[in-house]
Design a protein around this ligand. Sequence first.
Ligand code: SF4
Length: 275
Amino acid sequence: MPTANAPFAPPGSGWPEDPATPDTPVAHGAGEVVELAAKAPDLAELCARQSVCRACDRLVQWREKVAVQRRRAFADEEYWGRPVAGWGDPEPRILIVGLAPAAHGGNRTGRIFTGDRSGDWLFASLHRVGLAALPHSVHAGDGQRLIGARMVATVRCAPPDNRPTPLERTACRPWLAREVELVAPGVRCVVCLGGFAWQGVWPALKHAGYGVPRPRPKFGHGAEALLEPPPSAARRDPVLLLGCYHPSQQNTFTGRVTEDMLDAVFTRARDYAGV
Ligand code: SF4
C-alpha cells in the first residue's frame, strides 16, 4: 500500500541537498521572480529561492498533484514536489542546459536529470568523459558530483507532457538569467540539450552580457557557435556554445542519439573548456 504523501518536501526539513530553509523568500508571481532573482546575492541563495518558487499556478498544481499521486513504481517514496534548482560545480567551466525536470525524475528525486532514463544516459556519458564522479544519478544525496560542470533547466518545474507554455517559460527565465550571470566569470562552454534549451538560453546569455551572433545559429547535434564573453569573464577568448540532441527515451530508443554521439559532444566540451 502506498504511504500517505505530502505535496512537497518542506524547505529545511532534512531532504538531502535541499538548498532552502523555512525563511527562504517565496515568489508568488512573475514579478516576484524578477525581483528575487535579480536581488539574490549569490548562487546558494539564488538556488534556494528557485527551489521554493510558486509563481506559475498550473505548474505548482501539476508538480504537487504528481507528488501526491505518484507512479506505481515509486508508490512508497516521498516526492520532492518543488522546483528543481541548478546543481553542480558552483564555479563551472561547462554549463549544461536542459528544458525542464521530469514529473517522476527531478520532481521526485530533488535533483535535475536524476532518477529517469534521460538522466541515466546523460550521467553515464558525463562519467565516461570525466565530468561526473559516478555513472548513475539516483537521488539527491547519493554522492554524485559534477566535475567542472553545472546543470540548469530553462524551466524549473515539471510541466504536463513536458511542455511548458510560452508564459511559463518567460516567467521562469529570470532564474536562468541570474544563474548564467553568476557563473559567467568561469564558464568556457555551454551545452544545450535539445532545441528548446537552445532557444531558451539565448535571452539568458544576452542578459548576462554575452555577445551573441546574428542571425542565431540553428540547433543541431554537434552545432557550434562562438560567443563573445561577457565583461565579467576571466578570459577574453570566445565561449563555445554546443548543441546536443536530448537523451530522451524517444531519441535513445530510435537510435537518433547514441552513446558515442553524447560522448563526442561532452568530450568536445571538456577539451574546449580545459576541465
Ligand atoms: S516554472 Fe519557474 S517561475 Fe514557474 S513556478 Fe516553477 S520555478 Fe517558479
